[in-house]
Design a protein around this ligand. Structure first.
Ligand SMILES: *Cc1c(COP(=O)(O)O)cnc(C)c1O
Length: 417
């Protein structure tokens, strides 16, 4: 996938804009995204799918900034959402509701109602109870709910346990063995319209085989259902394509499709994909400044102004993210733990990194465009950081840095006696 940054005479640029310019203009920490890189990632999917009838539903949860959604909506992308909040964002960004699939295992009746009213493409249903509530909700509105069942194909995606979702023990989806029965039940429901089948086996996948195994299992089920008189017209194989954070051998979307598309050659169903990380991770970085350098007997620490509340991945998953100074210099190289100001020992962005840095230098955390800002919080009463997007080589604030007013919005204390 396209990486949005490049070095020129030692200075790091995102498209044609120097990160040092952005740091001085907008302050740190901030996320910086390249519109062009997001577009290129989407186009890579389009090209790889070529003649196969398809719908690419960008997984909004990976980066839900409205500018990101606008960029993708303008290219005709569909969207994979997991809450009504994400649905409202998509609508605000000009996304077409007819190209929205609604994932998530705990949809409320309120969320279902809104999605039915705007006419989404389908609900990815994860349980019999959800199916019953959806049927009821649709009946109240005198509408038909388009449904794709999320089945759990029980394949091992060989990824981190927190982001593996397609194993028997995971909380997601309907068990493969019972899915046929759930389809049969659904086919008898007055306000359910069965249109597809869906799976999502995990995230940051770097092997082709789990995708192939899962797809083959779905196709077998589609054929079994067809024999029972239940005709589906789309097959959704989820997202999960991995990106390079470190030295992972990554799978290109081309290589993946070369293996997957032959499975669809004799078929007429629409192929639906839900890529998140592979669309946005390498299109964004987190920019942070070194506040203090300190050492003890064991370690050197680079204390930076970004923390786990701004970027949770290293603390949550032990994720390794590349960290480099935005301007190369001659300071002697030392080994540092790059840590933030939050009062938790788990607050780090990187450990044991060899860096040539001085206090005041700016650092770039690469691959921060996905599961970055969206997972940020106000822990330690830290305002959430600004988001910047570079479009046509101009930097725009696409979400303002929060201030104290934002931090206490809605808080009113106890009534004064
Ligand atoms: C998270 C998620 C995705 C996107 O996964 P990526 O690894 O970011 O591509 C797609 N579909 C569902 C149902 C998800 O939960």
């Amino acid at each position: 996938m396209h990486s949005a940054t490049q070095r020129n005479n030692g200075d790091l640029f995102i498209d044609q804009v120097a990160l040092s310019t952005i740091a001085k203009q907008f302050g740190t920490p901030c996320y910086v995204y390249s519109k062009k890189a997001i577009e290129q990632n989407f186009i890579a999917y389009k090209n790889a799918l070529s003649d196969q009838p398809h719908l690419i539903c960008y997984a909004v949860k990976s980066n839900s900034n409205i500018a990101v959604l606008q960029t993708l909506a303008a290219l005709g992308a569909g969207f994979d959402i997991v809450s009504v909040g994400e649905l409202e964002r998509v609508l605000l960004a000009g996304g077409n509701p007819a190209n929205v699939v609604f994932s998530g295992l705990a949809k409320t009746s309120f969320e279902m109602r809104r999605a039915l009213q705007v006419g989404i493409h389908c609900f990815n249903v994860e349980s019999e109870s959800e199916l019953a509530l959806l049927n009821e909700t649709a009946a109240e509105l005198s509408l038909q709910a388009p449904v794709s069942m999320r089945v759990n194909p029980d394949v091992d995606a060989n990824t981190h346990p927190y982001i593996s979702t397609g194993l028997k023990e995971d909380k997601f989806g309907i068990a493969f063995d019972t899915a046929i029965d759930v389809y049969k039940q659904a086919s008898q429901m007055s306000n359910i319209n069965l249109i597809g089948i869906d799976c999502h086996i995990g995230s940051q996948l770097t092997e082709i085989q789990p995708f192939v195994d899962a797809t083959e299992r779905l196709l077998v089920m589609v054929d079994q259902l067809s024999e029972l008189g239940i005709q589906l017209n789309h097959i959704d194989i989820g997202g999960g394509l991995g990106v390079r954070y470190h030295d992972e051998q990554v799978l290109t979307v081309d290589a993946l499709m070369k293996e997957l598309l032959p499975l669809f050659s004799e078929r007429s169903e629409l192929l639906v994909l839900e890529p998140g990380r592979s669309m946005t991770a390498n299109a964004g970085i987190l920019l942070t400044q070194v506040q203090y350098l300190k050492s003890n007997d064991h370690k050197n620490f680079a204390v930076v102004d970004a923390a786990m509340n701004d970027m949770l991945r290293p603390s949550l998953y032990g994720a390794w993210m590349d960290i480099q100074p935005i301007t190369t210099n001659n300071t002697p190289e030392r080994q540092y733990d790059v840590v933030g100001p939050v009062c938790e020992s788990g607050d780090f962005l990187g450990k044991d990194r060899k860096l040539s840095i001085a206090e005041g230098d700016y650092l770039c955390l690469f691959g921060a465009g996905a599961y970055g800002f969206v997972m940020s919080s106000n822990y330690n009463s830290r305002p959430r950081v600004a988001e910047i997007m570079v479009a046509d080589n101009e930097a725009h604030v696409v979400r303002a840095r929060e201030n104290f007013e934002d931090l206490i919005k809605g808080e009113q204390g106890l009534p004064v006696k």
